[in-house]
Design a protein around this ligand. Sequence first.
Ligand SMILES: Cc1cc2nc3c(=O)[nH]c(=O)nc-3n(C[C@H](O)[C@H](O)[C@H](O)COP(=O)(O)OP(=O)(O)OC[C@H]3O[C@@H](n4cnc5c(N)ncnc54)[C@H](O)[C@@H]3O)c2cc1C
Length: 406
Amino acid sequence: MAAEVLCAAGAQVHVYDAMPSVGRKFLLAGLGGLNLTHAEPFDAFITRYAERTQACAAWLKAFDAQAIRAWVQGLGLDTFVGTSQRVFPTDMKAAPLLRAWLHRLRHPAQGAPVTFHMRHRWNGALQHNASAPHPFHLVFDTPQGPHTTEADAVVLALGGGSWAKLGSDGAWQPWLSALGLDVAPLRPANCGFDVQGWSAHLATQFAGTPLKAVALSFTDSVGHSFSRRGEFVVTATGIEGSLVYAASSLLRDEIARSGHATLHLDLKPDFTAERVLKEMQHPRGSRSLSSHLKSRLHLTPLHLALLHEVLSKEAMHDAAQLAHTIKHLPLTLAAPRPLDEAISSAGGVRLEALDERLMARAMPGLFLAGEMLDWEAPTGGYLLSACLASGRVAGTGVAEYLNHYD
Ligand SMILES: Cc1cc2nc3c(=O)[nH]c(=O)nc-3n(C[C@H](O)[C@H](O)[C@H](O)COP(=O)(O)OP(=O)(O)OC[C@H]3O[C@@H](n4cnc5c(N)ncnc54)[C@H](O)[C@@H]3O)c2cc1C
Protein backbone atom coordinates (compact mmCIF):
# COMPACT_ATOMS: atom_id res chain seq x y z
CA MET A 1 0.00 0.00 0.00
CA ALA A 2 2.82 2.36 0.85
CA ALA A 3 4.45 1.45 -2.48
CA GLU A 4 1.20 2.14 -4.32
CA VAL A 5 0.80 5.59 -2.79
CA LEU A 6 4.43 6.48 -3.44
CA CYS A 7 4.35 5.20 -7.00
CA ALA A 8 1.30 7.40 -7.65
CA ALA A 9 3.20 10.31 -6.09
CA GLY A 10 5.99 9.81 -8.62
CA ALA A 11 8.62 8.23 -6.35
CA GLN A 12 11.04 5.49 -7.40
CA VAL A 13 9.95 2.59 -5.20
CA HIS A 14 11.86 -0.60 -4.47
CA VAL A 15 10.20 -3.39 -2.46
CA TYR A 16 12.52 -5.91 -0.80
CA ASP A 17 11.19 -9.15 0.67
CA ALA A 18 12.98 -12.05 2.32
CA MET A 19 10.78 -14.63 0.63
CA PRO A 20 10.91 -15.87 -2.98
CA SER A 21 7.54 -14.18 -3.62
CA VAL A 22 5.50 -11.44 -1.91
CA GLY A 23 2.28 -11.65 0.05
CA ARG A 24 2.55 -15.19 1.40
CA LYS A 25 0.51 -14.48 4.52
CA PHE A 26 -2.02 -12.58 2.42
CA LEU A 27 -2.34 -15.72 0.30
CA LEU A 28 -2.71 -17.86 3.42
CA ALA A 29 -5.50 -15.56 4.60
CA GLY A 30 -7.12 -16.37 1.26
CA LEU A 31 -7.48 -20.00 2.31
CA GLY A 32 -10.02 -18.83 4.88
CA GLY A 33 -11.88 -16.74 2.26
CA LEU A 34 -9.84 -13.50 2.64
CA ASN A 35 -11.95 -11.48 5.03
CA LEU A 36 -10.76 -8.06 3.83
CA THR A 37 -12.77 -5.77 6.07
CA HIS A 38 -16.03 -5.41 7.94
CA ALA A 39 -19.21 -3.57 6.95
CA GLU A 40 -20.31 -2.44 10.41
CA PRO A 41 -20.59 1.34 11.04
CA PHE A 42 -17.27 3.15 11.43
CA ASP A 43 -17.89 4.05 15.09
CA ALA A 44 -18.33 0.38 15.99
CA PHE A 45 -15.53 -0.73 13.63
CA ILE A 46 -12.85 1.33 15.32
CA THR A 47 -13.68 0.05 18.84
CA ARG A 48 -12.24 -3.34 17.73
CA TYR A 49 -8.79 -1.85 18.13
CA ALA A 50 -9.34 -1.52 21.89
CA GLU A 51 -6.80 0.82 23.49
CA ARG A 52 -5.41 1.70 20.04
CA THR A 53 -8.82 2.86 18.80
CA GLN A 54 -7.78 6.46 18.44
CA ALA A 55 -4.63 5.80 16.41
CA CYS A 56 -6.19 3.14 14.21
CA ALA A 57 -9.26 5.35 13.62
CA ALA A 58 -6.97 8.07 12.27
CA TRP A 59 -5.51 5.62 9.72
CA LEU A 60 -8.86 4.09 8.86
CA LYS A 61 -10.61 7.42 8.46
CA ALA A 62 -8.54 7.91 5.34
CA PHE A 63 -9.07 4.33 4.12
CA ASP A 64 -12.18 2.77 5.63
CA ALA A 65 -14.12 -0.36 4.73
CA GLN A 66 -15.88 1.41 1.88
CA ALA A 67 -12.54 2.63 0.50
CA ILE A 68 -11.10 -0.87 0.74
CA ARG A 69 -14.03 -2.23 -1.24
CA ALA A 70 -13.59 0.52 -3.85
CA TRP A 71 -9.88 -0.25 -4.03
CA VAL A 72 -10.64 -3.94 -4.74
CA GLN A 73 -13.07 -2.82 -7.42
CA GLY A 74 -10.35 -0.65 -8.92
CA LEU A 75 -8.33 -3.83 -9.33
CA GLY A 76 -11.12 -5.37 -11.38
CA LEU A 77 -12.62 -7.56 -8.66
CA ASP A 78 -15.74 -7.30 -6.58
CA THR A 79 -16.58 -7.81 -2.91
CA PHE A 80 -19.63 -8.96 -0.99
CA VAL A 81 -20.85 -8.63 2.57
CA GLY A 82 -21.17 -12.08 4.10
CA THR A 83 -22.56 -13.32 7.38
CA SER A 84 -21.91 -11.11 10.40
CA GLN A 85 -21.07 -8.21 8.06
CA ARG A 86 -17.67 -9.56 7.04
CA VAL A 87 -16.47 -8.40 3.63
CA PHE A 88 -14.81 -10.81 1.15
CA PRO A 89 -13.77 -10.73 -2.49
CA THR A 90 -16.55 -12.37 -4.52
CA ASP A 91 -14.43 -15.41 -5.31
CA MET A 92 -13.17 -15.54 -1.69
CA LYS A 93 -9.62 -15.91 -2.96
CA ALA A 94 -6.48 -13.88 -2.36
CA ALA A 95 -4.44 -14.93 -5.41
CA PRO A 96 -6.44 -13.06 -8.13
CA LEU A 97 -6.42 -9.89 -6.01
CA LEU A 98 -2.70 -10.13 -5.27
CA ARG A 99 -1.97 -10.86 -8.93
CA ALA A 100 -3.95 -7.84 -10.13
CA TRP A 101 -2.36 -5.63 -7.48
CA LEU A 102 1.21 -6.68 -8.34
CA HIS A 103 0.47 -6.19 -12.02
CA ARG A 104 -0.72 -2.63 -11.38
CA LEU A 105 2.33 -1.87 -9.23
CA ARG A 106 4.66 -3.18 -11.93
CA HIS A 107 2.78 -1.48 -14.76
CA PRO A 108 1.21 1.66 -13.30
CA ALA A 109 -0.88 3.95 -15.50
CA GLN A 110 1.17 6.82 -14.10
CA GLY A 111 4.44 7.04 -12.21
CA ALA A 112 7.50 4.80 -12.28
CA PRO A 113 6.97 1.04 -11.94
CA VAL A 114 7.62 -0.47 -8.50
CA THR A 115 10.66 -2.76 -8.57
CA PHE A 116 10.48 -5.96 -6.53
CA HIS A 117 13.57 -7.62 -5.09
CA MET A 118 12.82 -11.09 -3.79
CA ARG A 119 15.05 -13.21 -1.52
CA HIS A 120 16.43 -9.99 -0.03
CA ARG A 121 16.33 -10.31 3.74
CA TRP A 122 17.06 -7.09 5.56
CA ASN A 123 19.53 -8.14 8.24
CA GLY A 124 19.01 -5.27 10.66
CA ALA A 125 21.82 -3.12 9.29
CA LEU A 126 20.44 0.37 8.71
CA GLN A 127 22.48 3.52 8.85
CA HIS A 128 21.26 7.06 8.57
CA ASN A 129 23.52 9.89 7.50
CA ALA A 130 21.47 13.05 7.07
CA SER A 131 24.20 14.78 5.07
CA ALA A 132 24.58 11.97 2.49
CA PRO A 133 22.79 12.41 -0.88
CA HIS A 134 20.69 9.32 -0.05
CA PRO A 135 20.66 9.24 3.76
CA PHE A 136 19.66 5.59 4.31
CA HIS A 137 22.06 2.73 3.88
CA LEU A 138 20.57 -0.78 4.29
CA VAL A 139 22.07 -4.25 3.98
CA PHE A 140 20.15 -7.28 2.74
CA ASP A 141 21.22 -10.92 2.86
CA THR A 142 20.66 -12.55 -0.54
CA PRO A 143 21.56 -15.96 -2.00
CA GLN A 144 24.39 -14.12 -3.83
CA GLY A 145 25.71 -12.59 -0.61
CA PRO A 146 25.12 -9.25 1.14
CA HIS A 147 23.49 -6.52 -0.95
CA THR A 148 23.72 -2.87 0.05
CA THR A 149 21.30 -0.22 -1.06
CA GLU A 150 20.73 3.47 -0.47
CA ALA A 151 17.43 5.27 -0.12
CA ASP A 152 15.94 8.66 0.68
CA ALA A 153 13.30 7.14 2.94
CA VAL A 154 12.47 3.64 4.19
CA VAL A 155 9.15 1.98 5.04
CA LEU A 156 9.44 -1.16 7.17
CA ALA A 157 6.41 -3.45 6.93
CA LEU A 158 7.95 -6.65 8.27
CA GLY A 159 4.78 -8.17 9.79
CA GLY A 160 4.34 -9.74 13.21
CA GLY A 161 5.74 -13.05 14.40
CA SER A 162 3.18 -15.71 13.53
CA TRP A 163 3.63 -18.34 10.83
CA ALA A 164 7.33 -17.48 10.59
CA LYS A 165 7.82 -19.83 7.65
CA LEU A 166 5.81 -17.37 5.53
CA GLY A 167 8.39 -14.64 6.11
CA SER A 168 7.36 -12.56 9.11
CA ASP A 169 9.56 -14.00 11.84
CA GLY A 170 9.73 -11.03 14.24
CA ALA A 171 13.55 -11.10 14.08
CA TRP A 172 13.43 -7.30 13.75
CA GLN A 173 12.49 -6.77 17.41
CA PRO A 174 16.03 -6.39 18.81
CA TRP A 175 17.21 -4.59 15.65
CA LEU A 176 14.64 -1.86 15.99
CA SER A 177 15.22 -1.58 19.74
CA ALA A 178 18.90 -1.05 18.93
CA LEU A 179 17.90 1.72 16.50
CA GLY A 180 16.21 3.51 19.40
CA LEU A 181 12.58 2.50 18.76
CA ASP A 182 10.47 1.35 21.67
CA VAL A 183 9.28 -2.22 20.99
CA ALA A 184 6.67 -4.10 23.03
CA PRO A 185 7.51 -7.83 22.79
CA LEU A 186 5.36 -9.70 20.26
CA ARG A 187 2.66 -11.91 21.82
CA PRO A 188 0.13 -14.27 20.27
CA ALA A 189 -3.23 -12.73 19.32
CA ASN A 190 -6.25 -14.57 17.95
CA CYS A 191 -4.66 -17.73 19.30
CA GLY A 192 -5.56 -21.11 20.77
CA PHE A 193 -4.85 -22.23 24.33
CA ASP A 194 -3.59 -25.23 26.29
CA VAL A 195 -6.14 -26.40 28.84
CA GLN A 196 -4.98 -27.54 32.27
CA GLY A 197 -5.32 -31.30 32.75
CA TRP A 198 -6.50 -31.97 29.17
CA SER A 199 -6.96 -35.74 29.12
CA ALA A 200 -5.35 -38.16 26.70
CA HIS A 201 -8.89 -39.27 25.87
CA LEU A 202 -9.84 -35.81 24.59
CA ALA A 203 -6.52 -35.45 22.78
CA THR A 204 -6.68 -38.78 20.98
CA GLN A 205 -10.42 -39.10 20.38
CA PHE A 206 -11.51 -35.53 19.74
CA ALA A 207 -8.61 -33.42 18.44
CA GLY A 208 -9.95 -31.62 15.36
CA THR A 209 -13.62 -32.01 16.38
CA PRO A 210 -15.67 -28.80 16.30
CA LEU A 211 -17.89 -27.82 19.20
CA LYS A 212 -20.76 -25.89 17.62
CA ALA A 213 -23.50 -23.64 18.98
CA VAL A 214 -21.99 -23.14 22.42
CA ALA A 215 -21.61 -19.96 24.44
CA LEU A 216 -18.31 -18.94 26.02
CA SER A 217 -18.20 -16.57 28.96
CA PHE A 218 -15.26 -15.16 30.83
CA THR A 219 -14.63 -12.41 33.35
CA ASP A 220 -11.07 -11.48 34.14
CA SER A 221 -9.66 -10.45 37.51
CA VAL A 222 -9.90 -6.75 36.64
CA GLY A 223 -13.55 -6.87 35.67
CA HIS A 224 -13.52 -7.20 31.85
CA SER A 225 -16.18 -9.59 30.61
CA PHE A 226 -16.69 -11.58 27.44
CA SER A 227 -19.81 -13.56 26.54
CA ARG A 228 -20.65 -14.80 23.08
CA ARG A 229 -22.08 -17.72 21.15
CA GLY A 230 -20.12 -19.43 18.43
CA GLU A 231 -17.97 -22.44 17.77
CA PHE A 232 -14.45 -23.66 18.25
CA VAL A 233 -12.33 -26.75 17.79
CA VAL A 234 -10.84 -29.17 20.28
CA THR A 235 -7.09 -29.72 19.83
CA ALA A 236 -4.54 -32.17 21.22
CA THR A 237 -3.74 -29.75 24.03
CA GLY A 238 -6.85 -27.61 24.39
CA ILE A 239 -9.00 -25.31 22.28
CA GLU A 240 -8.76 -23.00 19.26
CA GLY A 241 -11.04 -21.47 16.63
CA SER A 242 -13.19 -18.41 16.05
CA LEU A 243 -15.00 -18.19 19.40
CA VAL A 244 -11.77 -18.76 21.31
CA TYR A 245 -9.90 -16.21 19.17
CA ALA A 246 -12.57 -13.63 19.92
CA ALA A 247 -11.91 -14.00 23.67
CA SER A 248 -8.18 -14.58 23.28
CA SER A 249 -6.77 -11.17 24.18
CA LEU A 250 -8.61 -11.17 27.53
CA LEU A 251 -7.67 -14.79 28.20
CA ARG A 252 -4.01 -14.25 27.25
CA ASP A 253 -3.70 -11.16 29.43
CA GLU A 254 -5.35 -12.92 32.39
CA ILE A 255 -2.92 -15.83 32.09
CA ALA A 256 -0.05 -13.32 32.04
CA ARG A 257 -1.49 -11.69 35.18
CA SER A 258 -2.67 -14.68 37.20
CA GLY A 259 -0.94 -17.72 35.71
CA HIS A 260 -4.22 -19.19 34.45
CA ALA A 261 -7.70 -18.20 33.21
CA THR A 262 -10.96 -20.06 33.80
CA LEU A 263 -13.70 -19.68 31.19
CA HIS A 264 -17.17 -21.24 31.23
CA LEU A 265 -19.02 -22.98 28.43
CA ASP A 266 -22.75 -23.22 28.05
CA LEU A 267 -23.29 -26.40 26.05
CA LYS A 268 -27.01 -25.69 25.60
CA PRO A 269 -27.36 -21.92 25.22
CA ASP A 270 -30.87 -22.27 23.76
CA PHE A 271 -32.16 -24.04 26.86
CA THR A 272 -32.74 -22.38 30.22
CA ALA A 273 -31.07 -23.89 33.28
CA GLU A 274 -34.53 -25.03 34.46
CA ARG A 275 -35.22 -26.79 31.18
CA VAL A 276 -31.85 -28.57 31.27
CA LEU A 277 -32.50 -29.66 34.87
CA LYS A 278 -35.96 -30.88 33.96
CA GLU A 279 -34.56 -32.94 31.09
CA MET A 280 -31.89 -34.41 33.33
CA GLN A 281 -34.48 -35.34 35.95
CA HIS A 282 -36.56 -37.14 33.35
CA PRO A 283 -36.53 -40.87 34.22
CA ARG A 284 -34.04 -42.61 31.96
CA GLY A 285 -35.13 -46.19 32.60
CA SER A 286 -32.59 -48.70 31.40
CA ARG A 287 -30.88 -46.28 28.99
CA SER A 288 -27.22 -45.42 29.47
CA LEU A 289 -26.39 -41.88 30.59
CA SER A 290 -24.94 -41.07 27.16
CA SER A 291 -28.09 -42.11 25.29
CA HIS A 292 -30.18 -40.24 27.86
CA LEU A 293 -28.14 -37.06 27.24
CA LYS A 294 -28.34 -37.63 23.53
CA SER A 295 -32.08 -38.11 23.41
CA ARG A 296 -33.08 -35.40 25.92
CA LEU A 297 -30.53 -32.69 25.01
CA HIS A 298 -28.88 -33.84 21.77
CA LEU A 299 -25.52 -33.91 23.49
CA THR A 300 -22.74 -35.49 21.44
CA PRO A 301 -19.86 -37.76 22.52
CA LEU A 302 -17.65 -34.62 22.64
CA HIS A 303 -20.06 -32.88 25.03
CA LEU A 304 -20.01 -36.00 27.16
CA ALA A 305 -16.21 -36.21 27.13
CA LEU A 306 -15.99 -32.56 28.26
CA LEU A 307 -18.44 -33.23 31.08
CA HIS A 308 -16.35 -36.24 32.14
CA GLU A 309 -13.29 -33.95 32.23
CA VAL A 310 -14.76 -31.84 35.02
CA LEU A 311 -17.22 -34.12 36.86
CA SER A 312 -16.57 -37.24 38.93
CA LYS A 313 -18.48 -40.43 38.11
CA GLU A 314 -20.84 -39.75 41.02
CA ALA A 315 -21.44 -36.15 39.96
CA MET A 316 -22.25 -37.32 36.42
CA HIS A 317 -25.18 -39.24 37.93
CA ASP A 318 -26.39 -36.31 40.00
CA ALA A 319 -29.03 -34.54 37.86
CA ALA A 320 -28.55 -31.15 39.55
CA GLN A 321 -24.74 -31.14 39.24
CA LEU A 322 -24.87 -32.45 35.70
CA ALA A 323 -27.46 -29.86 34.62
CA HIS A 324 -25.48 -27.06 36.25
CA THR A 325 -22.28 -28.12 34.50
CA ILE A 326 -23.98 -28.42 31.11
CA LYS A 327 -24.84 -24.72 31.48
CA HIS A 328 -21.62 -23.71 33.18
CA LEU A 329 -18.71 -25.99 32.26
CA PRO A 330 -15.40 -24.61 33.55
CA LEU A 331 -12.18 -24.93 31.54
CA THR A 332 -8.97 -23.63 33.05
CA LEU A 333 -6.46 -22.42 30.48
CA ALA A 334 -2.79 -22.82 31.30
CA ALA A 335 -1.09 -20.99 28.41
CA PRO A 336 -1.71 -19.46 25.01
CA ARG A 337 -0.38 -21.52 22.13
CA PRO A 338 2.97 -20.27 20.75
CA LEU A 339 3.11 -17.08 18.70
CA ASP A 340 4.09 -19.01 15.58
CA GLU A 341 0.67 -20.73 15.55
CA ALA A 342 -1.38 -17.58 16.13
CA ILE A 343 -3.42 -15.74 13.49
CA SER A 344 -1.77 -12.45 14.42
CA SER A 345 0.58 -10.73 16.86
CA ALA A 346 0.01 -8.26 19.64
CA GLY A 347 2.91 -6.01 20.60
CA GLY A 348 5.41 -4.50 18.21
CA VAL A 349 6.80 -1.02 17.69
CA ARG A 350 4.99 1.26 20.13
CA LEU A 351 2.97 3.95 18.39
CA GLU A 352 4.42 6.51 20.80
CA ALA A 353 7.75 5.93 19.01
CA LEU A 354 6.16 7.25 15.81
CA ASP A 355 4.55 10.48 14.73
CA GLU A 356 1.07 10.59 13.17
CA ARG A 357 2.60 9.92 9.71
CA LEU A 358 4.07 6.69 11.19
CA MET A 359 7.61 8.10 10.97
CA ALA A 360 10.06 7.07 13.70
CA ARG A 361 10.70 9.97 16.05
CA ALA A 362 14.19 8.56 16.63
CA MET A 363 15.04 8.46 12.91
CA PRO A 364 13.38 10.90 10.50
CA GLY A 365 12.74 9.27 7.13
CA LEU A 366 12.12 5.80 8.63
CA PHE A 367 8.43 4.84 8.46
CA LEU A 368 6.63 1.72 9.71
CA ALA A 369 3.32 0.07 8.90
CA GLY A 370 1.22 -3.05 9.36
CA GLU A 371 1.18 -5.78 11.94
CA MET A 372 4.65 -4.94 13.23
CA LEU A 373 3.10 -1.93 15.00
CA ASP A 374 1.74 -2.27 18.54
CA TRP A 375 -2.00 -2.70 17.99
CA GLU A 376 -4.19 -5.74 17.92
CA ALA A 377 -7.68 -6.59 16.75
CA PRO A 378 -9.96 -9.60 16.50
CA THR A 379 -10.54 -11.51 13.27
CA GLY A 380 -13.30 -10.13 11.07
CA GLY A 381 -11.24 -8.21 8.52
CA TYR A 382 -9.92 -5.75 11.09
CA LEU A 383 -6.33 -6.99 10.71
CA LEU A 384 -5.96 -6.48 6.98
CA SER A 385 -7.95 -3.23 7.20
CA ALA A 386 -5.49 -1.66 9.63
CA CYS A 387 -2.48 -3.06 7.74
CA LEU A 388 -3.72 -1.58 4.45
CA ALA A 389 -4.73 1.73 6.03
CA SER A 390 -1.45 2.12 7.94
CA GLY A 391 0.47 1.34 4.74
CA ARG A 392 -1.30 4.23 3.06
CA VAL A 393 -0.54 6.54 5.97
CA ALA A 394 3.15 5.60 5.82
CA GLY A 395 3.26 6.00 2.02
CA THR A 396 1.59 9.40 2.22
CA GLY A 397 3.96 10.31 5.04
CA VAL A 398 7.00 9.44 2.92
CA ALA A 399 5.67 11.46 -0.02
CA GLU A 400 5.18 14.48 2.24
CA TYR A 401 8.53 13.96 3.91
CA LEU A 402 10.40 13.74 0.61
CA ASN A 403 8.79 16.88 -0.71
CA HIS A 404 9.67 18.64 2.46
CA TYR A 405 13.12 17.14 2.34
CA ASP A 406 13.75 18.32 -1.23
C1 LIG B 1 -4.03 -18.29 8.88
C2 LIG B 1 -4.23 -16.80 8.81
C3 LIG B 1 -5.40 -16.29 8.28
C4 LIG B 1 -5.63 -14.90 8.27
N1 LIG B 1 -6.79 -14.44 7.73
C5 LIG B 1 -7.06 -13.11 7.77
C6 LIG B 1 -8.28 -12.59 7.23
O1 LIG B 1 -9.09 -13.32 6.64
N2 LIG B 1 -8.52 -11.25 7.37
C7 LIG B 1 -7.61 -10.40 7.97
O2 LIG B 1 -7.91 -9.20 8.10
N3 LIG B 1 -6.43 -10.85 8.41
C8 LIG B 1 -6.14 -12.19 8.32
N4 LIG B 1 -4.93 -12.65 8.79
C9 LIG B 1 -3.93 -11.69 9.28
C10 LIG B 1 -3.26 -10.94 8.12
O3 LIG B 1 -2.87 -11.86 7.11
C11 LIG B 1 -2.02 -10.18 8.63
O4 LIG B 1 -2.41 -9.34 9.70
C12 LIG B 1 -1.38 -9.33 7.52
O5 LIG B 1 -0.97 -10.15 6.45
C13 LIG B 1 -0.19 -8.56 8.06
O6 LIG B 1 0.30 -7.78 7.00
P1 LIG B 1 1.76 -7.14 7.07
O7 LIG B 1 2.03 -6.60 5.70
O8 LIG B 1 1.88 -6.25 8.23
O9 LIG B 1 2.72 -8.38 7.35
P2 LIG B 1 2.95 -9.72 6.50
O10 LIG B 1 1.79 -10.02 5.63
O11 LIG B 1 3.38 -10.73 7.49
O12 LIG B 1 4.14 -9.33 5.54
C14 LIG B 1 5.42 -9.04 6.05
C15 LIG B 1 6.43 -9.27 4.94
O13 LIG B 1 7.71 -8.84 5.43
C16 LIG B 1 8.67 -9.78 5.01
N5 LIG B 1 9.80 -9.73 5.94
C17 LIG B 1 9.79 -9.96 7.27
N6 LIG B 1 11.01 -9.78 7.78
C18 LIG B 1 11.81 -9.42 6.74
C19 LIG B 1 13.18 -9.05 6.64
N7 LIG B 1 14.00 -9.07 7.71
N8 LIG B 1 13.66 -8.72 5.42
C20 LIG B 1 12.84 -8.71 4.32
N9 LIG B 1 11.55 -9.04 4.36
C21 LIG B 1 11.03 -9.38 5.57
C22 LIG B 1 7.96 -11.11 5.00
O14 LIG B 1 8.60 -12.03 4.15
C23 LIG B 1 6.57 -10.72 4.54
O15 LIG B 1 6.42 -10.85 3.15
C24 LIG B 1 -4.65 -14.02 8.78
C25 LIG B 1 -3.45 -14.53 9.29
C26 LIG B 1 -3.23 -15.90 9.31
C27 LIG B 1 -1.95 -16.44 9.88
